[in-house]
Ligand binder design. Structure first.
Ligand SMILES: [Zn+2]
Ligand SMILES: [Zn+2]
Length: 345
């Protein structure tokens, strides 16, 4: 099969190569990939130098597909089922995290699309344990959005505590930011969305999704939040921005005493800001990573019942062959989410 392969640790080394079609085994099924989302992390990875032991691999971890092959004796799935699958290929099963059903943070965890082959390909091999059926009313494109929805479910509703009528600040107006906004709205929080001027169309979508305040990231957002909150600061800040330490500095300034900051965006550099603020304000600063089985089932329900709107986030669907165009749309912030469809011309 022809798949998109990251073949070298050097940046921007991604191309179509002929690779062996994955084979079914006792614990895995083969899916025909129907849709795969371009994630912000795929874009960041594309421009990063990777460690040499990571390549070659096929990226793509936000996907849906049709089961085309199953090992014998499987009862809960059949060939032809429309499904999505988690981003985990395997975990140790023995550590404390695994024993407590927190396999998302197992240290031995292997990730699909990040070392293990992912979904920028016509076919993918996925563990039976981590497959989830799509609801009948969900499209494959929506199915490819379940993964980022789970990321934000874990960040906002499990690891953080947005409260009804209180302000939640979301920094970053990308897919994750806009999904975090919707999660906070499920708890009837007031939401301030902070985005860049070049995010204008994304901010507009944020408004349609219920953001109470739209704030320009280049126009002293800390002051704006302090003004909105009577100089108290906001009880919850969700920082979805990757690759910047500036936003975490801002979060420390705009969080209220006793509040929480949840970090979802990656590639934070060490910041020069004193973390004494954490102590002085008695703040909880936390990271949120990935998701687990129950969250996937809940998020599929949230999407199929219309409580979480992912359609508004899908800006464009392109055939996989046109991935460069999709990546450009992401880099230029012209799109929110671009979905690629293998095998569609
Ligand atoms: Zn992702
Ligand atoms: Zn483990």
């Amino acid at each position: 099969m022809k798949a998109l392969v990251r073949f070298d640790p050097k940046p921007e080394t991604l191309e179509f190569q002929e690779v062996a079609k994955p084979l079914v085994d006792e614990t895995h099924a083969i899916l025909r990939v129907e849709a795969v989302g371009i994630c912000g992390r795929d874009l960041e990875h594309f421009r990063e130098e990777l460690s040499p032991n990571k390549v070659p691999f096929i990226p793509g971890h936000e996907f849906s597909g049709t089961i085309i092959e199953l090992p014998s004796g499987v009862e809960n799935f059949k060939v032809g089922d429309r499904v999505t699958a988690e981003t985990v290929d395997s975990v140790c099963g023995k550590c404390d995290a695994c024993k407590n059903e927190n396999y998302n943070i197992c240290k031995k965890r292997k990730n699909i699309g990040g070392g293990m082959n992912g979904a920028y390909a016509p076919f993918i091999k996925v563990p039976l344990k981590y497959i989830h059926k799509l609801s009948e009313n969900m499209s494959f494109e929506e199915g490819a959005m379940v993964e980022p929805v789970c990321v934000t479910y874990n960040a906002v509703l499990v690891n953080s505590d947005p409260k009804e009528g209180e302000l939640t600040v979301i920094i970053g107006a990308g897919t994750v930011g806009l999904l975090c906004l919707q999660m906070a709205k499920l708890r009837d929080a007031k939401v301030a969305l902070i985005g860049l001027p070049q995010d204008a169309s994304r901010m507009e979508v944020g408004k349609e999704l219920g953001a109470d305040y739209l704030i320009d990231a280049t126009d002293d957002p800390v002051k704006k939040i302090m003004d909105i909150t009577n100089q108290n600061g906001a009880p919850l800040i969700i920082d979805t921005v990757g690759g910047s330490s500036k936003t975490i500095d801002q979060a420390l300034e705009m969080v209220s005493p006793g509040g929480q900051i949840t970090k979802v965006g990656w590639f934070m550099k060490t910041t020069n800001t004193s973390l004494d603020t954490l102590i002085r304000k008695n703040i909880r600063l936390q990271g949120s990573f990935s998701h687990t089985y129950d969250m996937w089932e809940k998020c599929i329900d949230l999407i199929s019942s219309g409580k979480i709107n992912v359609k508004k986030m899908i800006s464009k669907t392109l055939p996989l062959e046109r991935w460069r165009e999709g990546f450009e749309l992401g880099f230029n912030r012209e799109a929110i989410k671009v979905i690629l469809r293998p095998g569609q011309d």
